[in-house]
Design a protein around this ligand. Sequence first.
Ligand SMILES: NC(=O)c1ccc[n+]([C@@H]2O[C@H](COP(=O)([O-])OP(=O)(O)OC[C@H]3O[C@@H](n4cnc5c(N)ncnc54)[C@H](OP(=O)(O)O)[C@@H]3O)[C@@H](O)[C@H]2O)c1
Length: 230
Amino acid sequence: MTRLVVVTGGTRGIGAAIAARFTEAGDTVLAPGRRECDVTDEAAVRAYFAGVGPVDVLVNNAGVSSSAPTAKTTLDDWRSQFSVNATGAFLCTREVLAGMRERDRGRIVTVASTAGHAGYRYTAGYTASKHAAVGLMRAVSAEVAGTGVTANAVCPAFVRTDMTADSIARIHERTGRDEAAAEAALAASSPLGRLLEPREVAFAVAFLAADEAAAINGQTLVLDGGGIQK
Ligand SMILES: NC(=O)c1ccc[n+]([C@@H]2O[C@H](COP(=O)([O-])OP(=O)(O)OC[C@H]3O[C@@H](n4cnc5c(N)ncnc54)[C@H](OP(=O)(O)O)[C@@H]3O)[C@@H](O)[C@H]2O)c1
């Protein structure tokens, strides 16, 4: 049966890989970027979901990151990461939840991060917002427990996307390390010892969204080669 899948932040990077995977499986996929559905804008999110029909799979993928020592993190920076990474996932989840409950069928998967499980230096806003996104999935999973709806999160380490390219550029700028050394430092931050490819995250999302994953609810799937064991 063809499903309607919405992947927020689906224009590039991990979101585009997730959209491609569902499309290849024969699903109908919508992959809005910020222009089509700004997940921080309550009215825009409401209007977007009102126009798309019954959603079978919601992937909360839209995300932003920045980095600074906590003592130098501005309130704007903190808020902007929370707005997209946590509040954005909440607003989109809220729009699809009632319909999924009525139809007794649905999958919600949030692309969190290893930073949804552990604290990393210079990422207070990102880490706290990803913990919040994981907390949101856990709360929703408790509400839908025993129904045909599930809510889970995937928690990848560094993935080869624009977001990671920006992190590499920042390391280069701040430390003078060349880009290869900066990438190696990010790769070494998990036992995987390399960057993930977006398609590996897409695989994990597709797994949690499968009909056969009906018993998996309120879980986090960590993709880091075995560093965080949950
Ligand atoms: N890259 C990593 O190492 C990594 C690791 C773990 C988790 N993640 C998470 O994975 C997700 C995707 O990351 P990525 O690396 O693919 O990032 P990316 O290449 O920077 O792409 C980010 C995507 O999010 C969208 N977006 C940003 N703000 C938005 C908003 N307000 N409303 C709607 N869409 C918005 C962007 O849309 P536009 O193109 O319209 O701007 C874009 O499609 C994020 O949640 C990120 O935190 C990434």
